[in-house]
Design a protein around this ligand. Structure first.
Ligand code: SF4
Ligand code: SF4
Length: 95
């Protein structure tokens, strides 16, 4: 069995980006969050905590739709969490 390095996964993925975000966070929850687990758990590095701005920056463009952030966030910080609409989001290639 062979494994793929998460940093290599973007070589075999492509994205059709919807103008409407499929995940939206309310970053006021992130300000009080004591672990910010999404930042280290998201394999696509969609979450970045800014110390300067004291806010969580989130970009949905490279989301791999793994669902990890939905599980990791115990603050219910999402004002929207769903998979992208049909025809949008990530496409995985096997080669
Ligand atoms: S785990 Fe949830 S509340 Fe905590 S920083 Fe991430 S999105 Fe915000
Ligand atoms: S679903 Fe996965 S890839 Fe997308 S933002 Fe959440 S943790 Fe990151």
């Amino acid at each position: 069995m062979s494994y793929i390095n998460i940093d290599e996964i973007f070589d075999t993925t492509s994205f059709t980006i919807d103008k409407e975000a499929h995940i939206v966070i309310d970053s006021k929850f992130c300000l009080a969050c004591d672990h910010r687990g999404c930042e280290c758990a998201c394999p696509a590095r969609c979450y970045t905590w800014s110390e300067d701005d004291q806010k969580m920056d989130f970009v949905y463009d490279g989301c791999l739709e793994c669902g990890t952030c939905y599980v990791v966030c115990d603050q219910n910080a999402f004002t929207r969490w769903r998979y992208p609409r049909g025809g949008f989001g990530v496409s995985f290639r096997m080669t």
